[in-house]
Design a protein around this ligand. Structure first.
Ligand code: ZN
Length: 134
C-alpha cells in the first residue's frame, strides 16, 4: 500500500546553481547530498515542512537524468511514494499490468530500496516506490 508521497524528484543541469536557487526558495539548506553510483546521478535533498525534494544531476551523459533533460529539459522527473513492503507492492502492481523499469528493487539514495514504474504504463508519470531500509 502507498502511504504517502516520499519525495518529488527534480532533474537539474547545474546542481550548484540549483542548490542556490532552491535554498532561496525554501529558506533552507539541503540536508543531504549523495551519489547514487548505479544511476550515475548526484542527489541533493531538501526538507520543506513534511515534504522532501530531491534534486538530481547527471554524472555521465548516458545517465537517465541526462537523457531526460535532453528530451524534456529540466523539471519534475518523478514522484516517489513510500511503501511498507516494496516486493509485495511490485507483485501487486505487476499483476495490475504496470511495467517496471527494474525487475528487482535496488539501492537508492537516502537509505531506501527503490523501484521505478515505467511512465508508459502510468500516464507519462515516472513513479518511484521506496521502502525504508532497516
Ligand atoms: Zn527519487
Amino acid at each position: 500500500m502507498f502511504s504517502k508521497i516520499e519525495h518529488i524528484g527534480i532533474a537539474v543541469t547545474d546542481a550548484t546553481a540549483s542548490v542556490e536557487l532552491f535554498s532561496r526558495l525554501f529558506i533552507a539548506q539541503p540536508y543531504k547530498t549523495e551519489i547514487v553510483e548505479s544511476e550515475n546521478v548526484s542527489t541533493i535533498f531538501f526538507q520543506v515542512g513534511p515534504n522532501k525534494i530531491e534534486l538530481l544531476q547527471a554524472l555521465t551523459t548516458d545517465s537517465a537524468i541526462a537523457k531526460f533533460i535532453e528530451k524534456k529539459g529540466e523539471g519534475i522527473h518523478h514522484i516517489a511514494y513510500a511503501v511498507e513492503d516494496i516486493h509485495a507492492e511490485m507483485n501487486r502492481l505487476k499483476n495490475e499490468g504496470f511495467i517496471f523499469i527494474n525487475e528487482e528493487p535496488k539501492q537508492g539514495a537516502d537509505n531506501k530500496l527503490i523501484a521505478f514504474i515505467h511512465p508508459k504504463s502510468s500516464n507519462g508519470v515516472l513513479i518511484e516506490l521506496c521502502q525504508e531500509m532497516k
